[in-house]
Design a protein around this ligand. Structure first.
Ligand code: PEP
Length: 251
């Protein structure tokens, strides 16, 4: 059975001191957590070590927001998969729309990043989703199919044990605009059909597909009630322990 997953993408927010405080608040609500849920937080690189320390002996998991596609070398300012693993971070977000839009990450680079992450044993939260113009042109299914085909569909079925998908329509990220629960369900169902076609029905039913885009305590329950939505990737609302835990509790 697929586990419910709520992952917080903190983006460029929370220094190490603030990370400790936020996670202390999050942890104080974790007592009620049942183990069919996974809760993941993705602070900035400089807070990862502190986050790992804070998460020790709790069900909280820590992810990085990005990593470089090379294992090491002359890439000033970058962080490798091995550096993450070395501090106990075993999950990485790849393909976030902000990385695509502001840092030139295209499908080709993302495919390399996915391969490197898997080769190093990292689990991946892979983000993808259409722009507003794609949705208006009714091209959103095609765009999503292309993104998955270009970056993930070369993988072996076994590799998918380490893949969590996060459908994030770009027009809904940080805008306050949310896809309707039906729009999310429609796309998630489409994605499972693609996986069935490319791999198998059993894999399609095993892969967790999160929805991301302005999820908040007020809309989480309805979105999470959809059968093909296995959880959420949460940006803004993950920066407040109360809001984040209310979303976790929405399952
Ligand atoms: C995100 O950054 O992945 C995201 C979904 O942000 P927000 O929840 O703020 O829209």
């Amino acid at each position: 059975m697929r586990k419910h997953i709520v992952a917080g993408n903190w983006k460029m927010n929370k220094n190490a001191t603030e990370t400790k405080a936020l996670l202390s608040d999050v942890k104080s609500s974790l007592g009620q957590l049942n183990s069919s849920k996974r809760i993941i937080v993705a602070p900035p690189y400089t807070s990862l070590f502190v986050a790992k320390e804070s998460a020790k002996d709790s069900l909280l998991e820590v992810a990085a927001q990005n990593m470089h596609q090379s294992n090491s070398g002359a890439f000033t300012g970058e962080i490798s998969a091995d550096m993450l693993i070395d501090i106990g971070v075993n999950i990485v977000i790849l393909g976030h729309s902000e990385r695509r839009a502001y840092f030139g990450e295209n499908d080709e680079i993302l495919r390399e990043k996915v391969n490197t992450a898997l080769a190093n044993g990292l689990e991946i939260i892979f983000c993808f989703g259409e722009l507003l113009e794609d949705r208006i042109a009714n091209n959103h299914f095609h765009v999503v199919e292309q993104q998955l085909t270009n970056v993930l569909f070369h993988l072996k079925e076994d590799d998918w044990k380490k893949i969590i998908l996060a459908y994030e329509p770009v027009w809904a990220i940080g805008t306050g605009e949310t896809a309707t629960p039906d729009q999310a369900q429609e796309m998630h169902q489409f994605i499972r059909k693609l996986i069935t076609k490319q791999y198998s029905d059993s894999l399609a039913n095993e892969v967790s597909i999160l929805y991301g885009g302005s999820v908040k305590p007020s809309n989480a329950k309805e979105i999470f009630s959809k059968p093909d939505v296995d959880g959420g990737l949460i940006g803004g609302a993950s920066l407040q322990a109360g809001d984040f835990m209310a979303i976790v509790d929405a399952f």
